[in-house]
Design a protein around this ligand. Structure first.
Ligand code: GLY
Length: 376
């Protein structure tokens, strides 16, 4: 297969489909499509953690096409999120997911001052969640959550790295790396799989317990969590040059690759019972992005790493080509692209669509075709 040709063909399909999807959903902030129609979750909960991804899709499309429709929608999303930025009780570790693909992407592409300010305010709030006794960033709000950290937060650290890069204050860098080091120690297991949630004593910082979270069970292997970890650690490597982060990303990726089923379709949890077939395509696309980024970083290091990088490229291509063939919807009258995503194993809704799966699918195809705006 000519991989570049394949990726270009998929990029064309994305470009055709997203123009129609953006046009008819221009005033929404979608979370998922039901029967092919995006809802508008922002009307119910503007503080939901996924609300940055629609803006992120718009900036990725704008970067690739320079079509003003996308820029206008992205700016509308960014402004709507101010309601969340002014609601301190609803800010959490996911500030990066909300303001990197919106405000910071805007600033990176256009130099917009409002984007800069929103990004920095969100970063300062994220820094305020750092617990110096345990060296972790607190996940959620509420008294009982003071000592809780989650793997997803690895994807939010780039907001702190960005703050350090634009204003030079090393505390942002120190907090991000301290958190990443804690995750390396307490989340990443010997075999390369990761915990979703870890609880610490918020006063002493002592490690208390690992929790199953959105996966099948305590000690299991929630696939989206594995993918947040593998992509998140590459991001920490990109911003710091610390090889231990790249090696951790490789370790998690190697575990992920070893567990890809024969059909290349990723389950919700690598350790779910054999008779449960629920898939999570969102884990597939995040992992593929992370593997392509590992490949890109290894290629910069030397001949041996360049050879090694092929492992990650091949795995990403296996995942993406299967997903495109079997789980992508190219009907321009339907809003979603990626299908069969699952939010959590013990929820009440499996194998639906999710806006962030579409975001990471587009990002992966953009990485392969040189269209990407790197927003992390
Ligand atoms: N908790 C974020 C996620 O569902 O991945």
């Amino acid at each position: 297969m000519d991989e570049l040709r394949w990726a270009e063909e998929v990029a064309e399909k994305i470009t055709t489909k997203m123009r129609a999807v953006a046009e008819r959903n221009r005033h929404k902030i979608p979370f998922k499509a039901v029967n092919g129609v995006y809802g508008d979750l922002a009307e119910r909960n503007i503080c939901w953690w996924t609300n940055g991804f629609w803006g992120g899709i718009m900036w990725q499309m704008y970067n690739a096409t320079k079509d003003d429709l996308y820029r206008e929608i992205a700016l509308e999303v960014e402004k709507k999120l101010d309601k969340n930025l002014m609601d301190a009780r609803k800010l959490d570790h996911d500030n990066g997911f909300k303001w990197l693909p919106t405000a910071v992407a805007n600033y990176k592409l256009t130099g917009d001052d409002d984007g800069f300010n929103r990004g920095l305010l969100a970063a300062c709030n994220l820094a305020g969640r750092f617990n110096p006794a345990g060296n972790f960033i607190r996940a959620w709000n509420g008294e009982k959550s003071a000592g809780t950290a989650i793997i997803d937060c690895m994807m939010n650290l780039p907001l702190l790295y960005w703050a350090y890069e634009v204003n030079g204050d090393p505390k942002f860098l120190q907090m991000a790396t301290a958190h990443a080091n804690t995750v390396k120690q307490y989340f990443v297991r010997e075999d390369g799989s990761v915990n979703h949630i870890v609880r610490f004593d918020a006063v002493t910082g002592e490690h208390l317990e690992d929790v199953g979270g959105q996966g099948y069970a305590k000690g299991s292997s929630w696939t989206r969590g594995q993918s947040w970890a593998l992509y998140g650690f590459v991001m920490s490597y990109i911003h710091t040059g610390d090889l231990s982060y790249l090696n951790t990303a490789k370790k998690v990726a190697n575990y992920f690759i070893a567990n890809i089923p024969e059909n290349n379709l990723i389950p919700v949890d690598f350790k779910q019972p054999e008779d449960i077939t629920w898939e999570d395509s969102s884990a597939t696309v995040v992992a593929a992005c992370g593997m392509l980024e590992i490949e890109r970083q290894l290629k910069k290091l030397g001949e041996l790493e360049q050879n090694e990088s092929k492992v990650y490229h091949r795995a990403a291509m296996r995942l993406l080509t299967t997903l495109e063939r079997e789980r992508c919807n190219w009907d321009t009258n339907m809003d979603q692209i990626v299908e069969k995503c699952t939010t959590e194993y013990h929820g009440n809704d499996w194998e639906h669509t999710l806006v962030y799966a579409d975001y990471y699918f587009i990002e992966a195809i953009w990485k392969l075709t040189g269209r990407e705006l790197y927003i992390w």
